[in-house]
Ligand binder design. Structure first.
Ligand code: ATP
Length: 314
């Protein structure tokens, strides 16, 4: 999702910016002073980490458009190698946090980052880092992986193009998609994507997992599916995601709650602020917003999936 929406978002932003500036020459002048997109600071340095780093959101404020504030002082820390899941209603700003960490946008309002807080990786403000080093350190497993119209080998190797074939194969094995690939008549050379073999939601997720295993980033963003996977595949994929997250600093953007019960910490976002935080058990016991969301989702899940619910699946 991140990869796909980013250029579209950018075009949207660009279009709005241009339209506004044509009606406001003073603003146009402003715009010419401001880079329209995030780019390296003149003195940008490469990110330095040894092992999975600590990731800290510190009083982060953000708006895509000046008049509509999305985040209002969000703070939380993902300790090195741990997993923090962010939950909240649709539109609460969960994916926005991931976009800021990946630096598709900078904290603050367009053109104004004063007092907007910061995002630190092992103490290094992401705005001071080269984009290349930042993005190389972060793996993203999105909700809906977009495959290239190319071979399945290319699609997995994309995680680290210089990897040798044994490493590509090993990543596929670890993501439990190797047997599937080797059974295909054209094997690794099978063309997938829109104009090739259509993979199922679960197979696409496994390609994304293999790609990320190959990339081997110290930081991971899991943008969790609201997905249409059946519960057997869903549970298998969950297991693989959990293994992928092991020994990486992981931010989970949770659109459903059943998948994050074992996160080290859950952060509940509402109206751009953190309103609760804690483990699954502590938040349930507290009987607040999280407990409410959990109950809501359970009644929905029970209605949609009576068999799994009756078997005590969730
Ligand atoms: P969901 O669970 O539905 O994916 P979310 O909590 O991840 O929601 P975000 O995607 O972070 O929500 O969006 C937060 C708010 O920001 C939404 O109201 C959304 O409409 C708005 N928003 C997202 N992207 C942009 C953009 N490029 N320009 C303007 N507004 C945006």
């Amino acid at each position: 999702l991140l990869q796909l929406t980013m250029p579209l978002n950018f075009l949207g932003v660009l279009y709005r910016e241009i339209r506004q500036s044509l009606t406001d020459l003073a603003r146009l002048f402003d715009l010419l002073q401001q880079p329209l997109e995030v780019r390296d600071a003149p003195d940008a340095r490469p990110l330095r980490v040894s092992g999975p780093p600590e990731v800290r959101f510190e009083d982060v404020h953000f708006a895509y458009e000046r008049e509509r504030v999305i985040l209002r002082g969000v703070s939380f820390t993902i300790p090195a190698g741990r997993t923090v899941a962010v939950v909240g209603a649709s539109g609460a700003g969960k994916s926005t946090l991931a976009r800021l960490l990946f630096r598709f946008y900078d904290v603050g309002r367009p053109g104004d980052s004063a007092g907007a807080g910061r995002i630190l990786i092992d103490g290094q403000d992401v705005r001071t880092l080269t984009l290349d080093s930042l993005r190389r350190a972060i793996g993203v497993v999105p909700q809906d992986t977009v495959l290239f119209n190319d071979t399945i080998e290319y699609n997995i190797r994309y995680g680290r193009p210089e990897a040798d074939f044994d490493a590509v194969r090993e990543a596929a094995r670890a993501a439990h998609i190797l047997a599937f690939i080797e059974r295909l008549p054209q094997g690794w050379q099978t063309v997938v994507g829109e104009r090739g073999l259509k993979l199922s939601g679960g197979e696409k997720q496994r390609v994304a997992i293999a790609r990320t295993l190959l990339k081997d980033p110290p930081i991971l963003i899991l943008d969790e599916a609201t997905s249409a996977l059946d519960s057997v595949s869903e549970r298998a994929i969950q297991g693989e995601l959990r293994r992928l997250a092991r020994n990486r600093t992981t931010l989970v953007i949770a659109h459903r709650l059943s998948t994050i019960v074992d996160a080290d910490e859950i952060v509940v976002l509402e109206h751009g602020q953190v309103i609760e935080r804690g483990t699954h058990a502590a938040l349930l016991a507290a009987g607040g917003r999280y407990a409410q969301l959990w109950a809501l989702q359970h009644s929905a899940a029970a209605a949609a999936e009576p068999v799994a619910a009756a078997a005590g699946d969730h």
